[in-house]
Write a protein that binds this ligand. Structure first.
Ligand SMILES: Nc1nc2c(ncn2[C@@H]2O[C@H](COP(=O)(O)OP(=O)(O)OP(=O)(O)O)[C@@H](O)[C@H]2O)c(=O)[nH]1
Length: 558
């Protein structure tokens, strides 16, 4: 394992450093013609350090492997074994750049990604279309298997009966007739079972939206029959009066606030439910205040905010009747006060070309997904975005980022599994400059904050980027998984110290009752919270709004 101190420049002089063959794959525009090997060498000639070799065997990874992620625990080698290498992934230790075409070219021009998506859609559609056949085969197969079994049994019975009966003459005929009857009965029973199984198979669900050619309401067996041309003889008419299944009404697109409410429903209902039961016709006294404080601390809001809320409540209502609504209102106000100073937009200094965003965090906290969502926003606003697949330890992570790049029409830089992440980040930065990208977003492998070696590697990525621009990375974003609760506080502490985290994005606020942790983190670390994630979809990332968030978790109606 390389020493963390061995930055790109250090490696340049290292005799062990083997420059990986760098292959650049781009779209077929004149400007994007893949540079020859010589051109890549030209990078080095222009003062850039040579490409960084992958760390030998990456033993540190496996030794210091993550505890929480089975993927990471399996190590890169296992991943390689599992991963299906797509055609775009280079065979050797190369860095691969896939661009979605130069901005001078019309952005609507179908990029590779479109083709890929079209082909994957077709595949899934085919797969789905094959489903009923496959099922029918299965059912048929079972029926056949059962028939065979029945036949075998009957034959065995015949044999047994023959050997038992010996030359029992007339009995032979009776026995054979009985066996025939048994066979027939069993075959009939099996056919019935098969028919029943077929009749209870669920209807094939249509794929929504992305499946052109598929009827919106789905193809049931009934309406399939309706659509097939009937060629009745003259004098006949079709008289199918069965009511046609109405196509489901298209789901109205929820506003951000509605999605926020839906996402935070668990946090909110747990908190407000407990508060309501605590304040049923009760005068505010010391004991009630203590109960409330405990309740708020258990809801992950943090001691500081819990005390702010109870103090304000006491000053307004001590000795008086208090309702759950009173508490919610005060709670929303106090939480807003804590969150308002950290609810900031993510500032991009586009004079940098590119503004470099490094995304860090513990495994599975949503780094890659969040990068995809951010790229969608930036690219959608007309910015030229490049993504760098710096999570070089998981084939799936590289593939995941490639898919996001295709979806968001962003350029992507990736390299061989197990390659040095700092080297990749460095090269990506150079390429983003060359291509005049507005924003470069670098993904990193997830790591637990208590794994010193992995954290040192992160430090190295930051240091290496700083060699190209002392201000880079210009933003270090940490993703936090809301479901982890209190551990997130420590995660911020350590990542902040090691990688200079400049702002946070909290993910997975949907489906957890622990959304209150964002309040505790904001109170303690006072780091900007740029966005929050409330779902896996491309649109499920929104700017963090203090009041909206506070109102929703406190259960105050908008
Ligand atoms: N429900 C929900 N799921 C999310 C959200 N953000 C990410 N996820 C899911 O969380 C899982 C992990 O997300 P990734 O983006 O792969 O996380 P990562 O941090 O890149 O993971 P590593 O590469 O293993 O460190 C995926 O299944 C995502 O779809 C969110 O806001 N809500």
């Amino acid at each position: 394992m390389e020493k963390p101190e061995a930055a790109a420049d250090d490696l340049a002089g290292s005799p062990e450093t083997t420059a990986p063959e760098t292959e650049v794959t781009r779209e077929d525009t004149a400007e994007n013609t893949p540079p020859a090997a010589d051109e890549n060498a030209g990078f080095a000639d222009e003062g850039a350090p040579p490409p960084i070799s992958p760390p030998v065997g990456m033993p540190g990874r496996t030794e210091g492997g993550e505890e929480t992620s089975p993927d990471r625990a399996a190590g890169p080698e296992d991943d390689t074994a599992k991963a299906v290498t797509p055609p775009s992934v280079p065979d050797q230790g190369e860095t691969e750049v896939t661009t979605e075409g130069d901005r001078s070219a019309p952005r609507e021009e179908p990029a590779d990604g479109d083709g890929l998506f079209a082909s994957s859609e077709t595949e899934s559609e085919d797969a789905e279309r094959q489903e009923p056949e496959a099922t029918a085969d299965r059912v048929g197969g079972e029926a056949v298997a059962m028939d065979d079994e029945a036949a075998t049994e009957a034959t065995a019975a015949d044999n047994r009966s023959a050997s038992r009966e010996g030359s029992a003459g007339g009995n032979d005929l009776a026995a054979s007739t009985e066996t025939e009857d048994a066979k027939r009965e069993e075959a009939e029973a099996n056919a019935e079972i098969a028919a029943e199984e077929w009749s209870v198979l669920p209807p094939i669900s249509p794929l929504v939206g992305e499946m052109p050619g598929r009827a919106e309401g789905g193809e049931t067996r009934d309406n399939l029959a309706d659509t097939s041309p009937h060629s009745l003889p003259k004098g006949f008419a079709t008289a199918d009066k069965r009511p046609k299944e109405a196509a489901p009404a298209p789901q109205p697109k929820l506003s951000w606030y509605q999605r926020l409410r839906r996402g935070l429903a668990r946090t909110s209902s747990q908190l407000t439910g407990q508060i309501a039961s605590l304040f049923t016709k009760r005068k505010l006294d010391e004991a009630t205040l203590q109960d409330l404080e405990d309740l708020l601390i258990q809801a992950d809001l943090g001691v500081e905010t819990a005390m702010r809320i109870t103090d304000t409540l006491a000053s307004e209502r001590y000795g008086k009747d208090v309702s759950g609504e009173d508490v919610s209102r005060i709670m929303a106000g106090e939480i807003t006060k804590v969150l308002a100073p950290v609810a900031k937009p993510l500032e991009l200094d586009l004079s940098h070309k590119p503004h470099v965003i490094l995304v860090v965090g513990v495994n599975g906290t949503g780094k890659t997904t969040t990068i995809g969502k951010l790229a969608a926003k930036l690219s959608g606003a007309g910015l030229k975005v490049m993504l760098a697949a710096g999570d070089t330890f998981r084939a799936a992570a590289i593939e995941q980022l490639k898919i996001w790049a295709e979806r968001t029409k962003s350029d992507i830089v990736s390299s061989k599994l197990g390659a040095d992440a700092a080297g990749l980040a460095y090269e990506a930065f150079q390429l983003a400059r060359e291509k005049k990208s507005d924003v470069l977003i670098i993904d990193t492998a997830g790591r637990l904050q208590n794994k010193a070696e992995l954290m040192a590697e992160l430090e190295k990525i930051v240091r290496v980027l700083g060699k190209l621009d002392p201000d880079a990375p210009h933003t270090v974003l940490q993703t936090l998984d809301a479901t982890t609760g209190q551990n997130a506080l420590q995660q911020v502490e350590i990542f902040r110290n090691v990688a200079g985290v400049s702002g946070l994005i909290m993910t997975k606020l949907d489906g957890t009752a622990r959304g209150g942790i964002l309040v505790a983190i904001s109170a303690k670390h006072k780091l900007p919270v740029y966005f929050i994630g409330v779902g896996e979809g491309i649109d499920d990332l929104e700017p963090f709004e203090a009041k909206d968030f506070a109102d929703v978790i406190a259960g105050v109606a908008a």
